[in-house]
Ligand binder design. Structure first.
Ligand SMILES: Nc1nc2c(ncn2[C@@H]2O[C@H](COP(=O)(O)OP(=O)(O)OP(=O)(O)O)[C@@H](O)[C@H]2O)c(=O)[nH]1
Ligand SMILES: [Mg+2]
Length: 695
């Protein structure tokens, strides 16, 4: 258990810690000289049950409240110190307010310097203290009259602390590791050591960690937990970590940094939070008001953005957005405190709700509903509430990371809530079973309708389908969902087209008749040099536009390819050319052939041969090296098999293996650089479309 002191300057906090533990925590020269505490002090006390109590002694001076705040994070039990002679003073109430805002609910009051007052005064002070505690979570804590001078009451108080420590549920170490650094120093012989309270999870010797927000990597060389050498430090322990790493020095790490599990490193500078303004304030929190934000051991300048219509009045509670001057390492649910910019007053405090706060549309009813869901502490209930609201899916990887949940906890949540996961290259989205089913039904209904309205089209493009549906999943998540449906044969993915598995493109009778007139021109003898759109229009007196339209239609069915602009080849002819080309490649050294060598086999002229090769280059079937090409065997089946009876067999005749030397005129103009790289994803829409680009 970690015990933190709190209370006004000179009220006897340090003396009390010394009386309880035997340790004088005022170590600094300045502290000795001035007789006041300036920075945090640390002491440990072994308990009869084998545990160890850690003490964090804080300074009471109003100028050092920021140090008090750095120490108060991670405290389990507060020891509120009030001097019997002075009674409740300004920092008594301010520290109490801070403790309350930080959500510390266990504690005791020590009325110190009891030796200086009589029983009447003691009774008076008790009443005074009870009054200030009344409105806080500590309203029913026990009060102990003590004297560090005479030792009166110290044993009773110590016994109370031991009992509290035994009764305390040990904090869950389930989450991922986070430690808020309050000191960093060099230990001769060991190197860089940082100390702080473990906020969540645990760390073991040998673990890799990251210093956040800087992002420096380090390895844990040794651990002291609660002042003892340990193999592991857990949530609720004060730990000293001996860190090793290329850039790890005393100065590379400072108070306010967080040492964490590398998975958690994702600093933030815009946070949506639930804030409470102290009743003692006289003014509300207003738009773009500058404040000092205190979180864990860090202090940073920030601005307040109101998310409601009104300023947040004293005693009021509201969602706000905090825009930070510098990024910090934080987790959802972490407590924070706001002080004024002159560091004289504590104004407000609360809990972080969403670390990925949007800069725009941050006040819409939809967004506020998300914040209400995110503000639920229990991750299962928060996630369920989020999925029940708009947009109906969430980025689960981010949810899990921002709540510092472990990998095991992540999987357990998926199972407990029967979530459907949509894995994309960058992240994992989840969607509720109800939304998933609704979306699936909508996809099938939309496709059914589309096929009925457009029997001659192969299907709907992914984006077009996505934009018609609610919830509108992000493109990669939608692609992942479609792939899942395709695996179950509920939809079919045809390149870029999505269709129902049973759907086949059918031409209208009119188009069928047009195709019957056009097709003969690209079949048979002349298939390697078919006429272009304009020529076919001339031969058939069908308009150029119509010829082109029918070709594109047939192209979408995968039966023709537009090898060059307005120049369509039957798919089976393209397949046949691939075979001939394979034979050509097999007959030349290194499989490297020239355009002329292919042209000789096809007998279709230099220009067309080059256009065909450039078409293959674009599809990655051929790979160009200067004037020569070789075949990429991985893409040989891209155009399927040649039509029946057209299979090339035997050896290829007439190949000049002397290469381009004997074809001095056959130096195609490749200067344009076109087709230099196989363009695997950039197909024309009328040829084979790209596969949906997700895992
Ligand atoms: N008579 C008497 N004097 C005390 C007692 N406790 C503390 N003092 C005296 O009060 C003064 C302040 O004590 P500290 O323990 O330094 O007070 P503190 O609360 O730690 O002060 P800051 O850390 O500066 O806020 C010292 O001179 C102590 O000797 C007590 O129980 N009885
Ligand atoms: Mg002190």
């Amino acid at each position: 258990m970690i015990v933190g002191t709190a209370g006004h300057i000179d009220h006897g906090k340090t003396s009390l810690v010394r009386a309880l533990t035997g340790v004088d925590t005022d170590r600094l020269k300045e502290e000795k000289a001035r007789g006041i505490s300036v920075d945090l002090g640390f002491a440990y006390l072994p308990a009869p049950d084998g545990g160890i109590l850690g003490f964090i002694d804080v300074p009471g001076h109003e100028r050092f409240v920021h140090n008090m705040l750095a120490g108060a994070t991670g405290v389990d039990f507060v020891l509120l110190v009030v001097a019997a002679d002075d009674g409740v003073m300004p920092q008594t109430t301010e520290h109490l307010a801070i403790v309350n805002l930080l959500g510390i609910t266990h504690g005791a009051v020590a009325i110190t310097k009891a030796d200086l007052v009589d029983a009447d005064r003691l009774a008076e002070v008790r009443t005074e203290i009870a009054n200030v505690l009344a409105t806080t979570a500590l309203h029913d804590v026990e009060m102990f009259a003590v004297s560090s001078q005479t030792g009166d009451g110290i044993a009773e108080l110590r016994a109370r602390l031991f009992a509290a420590s035994s009764a305390q549920d040990s904090r869950s170490a389930k989450g991922r590791f986070r430690l808020a650094v309050d000191r960093s120093f060099i230990l001769p012989g060991a190197g860089t050591v940082v100390t702080g309270t473990v906020l969540s999870g645990s760390v073991a010797v040998g673990d890799q960690v990251v210093i956040s927000p800087s992002g420096l990597a380090a390895r844990v060389r040794a651990i002291h937990a609660q002042n003892r050498v340990a193999e592991r430090g857990r949530a609720g322990d004060r730990c000293a970590l001996n860190l090793a790493g290329e850039s790890i020095t005393k100065d590379a790490i400072s108070r306010g940094d967080v040492v964490l599990d590398p998975e958690l490193h994702a600093p933030v500078n815009r946070i949506d939070a639930l804030v409470q303004v102290l009743a003692s304030e006289t003014k509300p929190l207003t738009q773009w008001m500058p404040v000092r934000l205190h979180h864990a051991a860090v202090e940073v300048g920030a601005r307040v953005v109101l998310l409601g219509d009104e300023p947040v009045a004293p005693s009021g509670e509201a969602f706000i957005q905090l825009v930070l001057e510098q990024p910090i390492a934080a987790a959802v649910g972490d407590r924070f405190v706001l002080r004024d910019t002159t560091a004289q007053r504590t104004i407000a405090g609360g809990a972080f709700v969403d670390l990925r706060a949007p800069a725009r549309k941050r006040r819409t009813p939809e967004r506020i509903a998300q914040l209400e869901a995110s503000a639920i502490a229990d991750p299962d209930r928060a996630l369920t509430a989020l999925l029940d609201g708009a947009p109906g899916y969430i980025d689960f990887s981010t949810f899990v990371r921002d709540r510092a949940l472990s990998a095991a906890e992540r999987e357990a949540m998926i199972a407990r809530l029967s979530l459907l996961r949509l894995v994309t290259p960058k992240t994992e989205f989840v969607i509720s079973p109800v939304s998933w089913l609704g979306l699936k039904n909508d996809i099938v209904a939309t496709l059914t309708r589309f096929h009925a309205e457009h029997p001659n089209l192969p299907g709907i493009g992914l984006e077009r389908l996505r934009l018609q549906l609610e919830p509108r999943l992000p493109t990669p998540a939608f692609a992942a969902m479609l792939q899942g449906l395709a695996r179950n044969k509920e939809v079919a993915l045809d390149g870029a087209w999505i269709r129902l598995p049973g759907h086949e493109v059918r031409l209208s009778p009119v188009d069928e008749a047009l195709w019957a007139r056009i097709a003969p021109f690209i079949k048979g003898e002349g298939r390697f040099r078919p006429p272009r759109v304009r020529d076919i229009a001339g031969y058939t007196s069908i308009s150029e536009q119509e010829v082109r339209r029918v070709f594109k239609l047939i192209g979408r069915m995968g039966r023709v390819d537009e090898v060059a602009h307005d120049h369509f080849f039957l798919r089976s002819t393209v397949a046949e050319i691939v075979q001939i080309m394979t034979a050509v490649a097999a007959a030349v050294p290194n499989g490297q052939f020239s355009a002329a060598q292919l042209r000789d086999q096809l007998d279709n002229g230099r220009k067309v041969a080059i256009q065909i090769l450039e078409f293959f280059d674009r599809h990655g079937v051929t790979i160009r090296h200067g004037d020569l090409r070789r075949i990429n065997k991985h893409r040989l089946d891209l155009f399927g098999k040649p039509a029946e009876g057209m299979t090339v067999s035997g050896t290829v005749a007439k190949i000049d293996i002397s290469g381009r030397a004997s074809f001095p005129v056959e130096r195609p103009d490749f200067k344009s650089g076109k087709g230099r790289e196989p363009v695997l994803g950039g197909f024309d829409s009328h040829s084979l479309p790209p596969k949906i680009g997700v895992r």
